[in-house]
Design a protein around this ligand. Sequence first.
Ligand code: NAP
Length: 244
Amino acid sequence: MGSEKIAVVTGSNKGIGLAIVRGLCKQFNGTVYLTARDEVRGMEAVKCLEQEGLTPKFHQLDTDSESSIKIFRDHILKNHGGIDVLVNNAAMAFKNSATEPFSYQANMTLRVNYFDTLNVCDQLFPLLRKHARVVHMSSYAGHLTRINGKEPEAATLRSKLSSPTLTTNELNDLVKSFLSLAAEGKHEEAGWPNTSYGVSKVAVSALGRIQQREFDEKRPNDDIVLNNVHPGLVDTDMTATLVQ
Ligand SMILES: NC(=O)c1ccc[n+]([C@@H]2O[C@H](COP(=O)([O-])OP(=O)(O)OC[C@H]3O[C@@H](n4cnc5c(N)ncnc54)[C@H](OP(=O)(O)O)[C@@H]3O)[C@@H](O)[C@H]2O)c1
């Protein structure tokens, strides 16, 4: 235990996550974990890759469940001792045609895409080994320019979200204030955009910048690198639902 390299991809039973696992199985010199909240969907994806001659390992991981994250963390700790590559890919988006109230969509989207990603990081970051690489699957929708509600309030938000001294607690408070304003339908006049997916990805990108700063401060000799990534527009179930 300990010398073999370990890669983990969240939400990887389909879409971009599955493609990342496929790519890692081909190029990464170590064990690749395909994880999924649903064991059946996860195992089907593993079988599909096995038919291609690839050999990912599977473990259940529901990023929306504290206990599932902890069980996965304990499994990795016990069996491998650490993580070398972590891809935070799991996320959701409502269809453009969704009829749920904006506030409901905002709460759900920020919870899955932002707060759950933060929970995964809080549990798994202590397992990151020297030279680890972390990817947050952000989006072009996570660009700061997407904070484009009423000015000058939006400019103030952009400046807070991009502040080099922003902390996770302050970021959480900003996200919570967006959710409170969304509940009253006042988010746009406070500077926020009318897209909860966009806000979730802007928040994930801001989180990544904070976390890189913290790696640099707390583990200066460990060469841990985190990137926020926009994968390009990819034809998946998510984009299919976005345009419906
Ligand atoms: N497609 C694009 O053009 C595009 C562009 C920019 C960014 N992105 C980002 O790229 C990532 C992957 O997107 P995609 O297009 O591949 O979407 P997708 O096909 O809908 O896949 C999303 C994956 O996340 C999983 N997931 C959702 N909630 C989860 C949870 N609570 N626990 C564990 N897994 C969960 C889904 O599992 P289930 O099958 O169980 O639902 C699925 O495996 C996302 O972060 C997305 O925001 C995509």
